[in-house]
Design a protein around this ligand. Structure first.
Ligand code: HEC
Length: 152
């Protein structure tokens, strides 16, 4: 909203009235507290998943899955249909060819962001190996960090 001079007059008027001093002080305290709380919340949520360079900090496939993939693909890899369509990773034959999930994690596809851009090659390999051997998938040929590097 653009600044309107009449609000200044109003503010001047109320600050000069003794009875209204306290509410104004309270308001200032509330604003300060809200700013503090907001920055605290931000630090918390950022600390949970990102290190300073906007990289995920989890190292195991399990932890990466829980923090990065689960929000969309759900805790059992069952996927979800609602506001969007999140395909199931459980019992998913598209995971048989390891290059496919590596590519999707690195580059994203339609509704899926390129979350692998915020991971090291080792992390991408770990989370891909995790989904390929969990949720009813049993593709035991492991993806290596070198393969991930070649797909970037
Ligand atoms: C913001 C939500 C979101 C996150 C986070 C996410 N995905 Fe996805 N993922 C999707 C959507 C949506 C699709 C379907 C894309 C399309 O329509 O082609 C998808 C597709 C996939 C596919 C292809 C499935 C198929 O059958 O073709 C794989 C594999 C996959 N995701 C793995 C992962 C992994 C592993 C992670 C975590 C590292 C992850 N996703 C994180 C939303 C997400």
């Amino acid at each position: 909203m653009p600044f309107h001079p009449s609000s200044l007059n109003y503010a001047r008027h109320v600050t000069m009235t003794p009875q209204t001093k306290r509410p104004l002080g309270l308001l200032a305290a509330t604003v300060a507290f809200t700013a503090f709380a907001a920055s605290g919340a931000f630090a918390d949520s950022a600390g949970a998943t990102f290190s300073e360079g906007n990289k995920f900090t989890e190292e195991t496939g399990e932890a990466l899955y829980a923090n990065v993939c689960q929000a969309c693909h759900m805790d059992q890899g069952q996927g979800a249909v609602g506001a969007g369509h999140y395909p199931a990773l459980a019992k998913n034959e598209n995971l048989e060819s390891s290059g496919y999930p590596v590519y999707i994690v690195l580059h994203g596809q339609k509704g899926m962001p390129a979350v692998g851009q915020m991971m090291s090659d080792e992390q991408v390999a770990a989370v891909v190996n995790y989904v390929r051997t969990h949720f009813g998938n049993n593709y035991t040929d492991k993806v290596t960090a070198e393969e991930v590097a070649e797909t970037r």
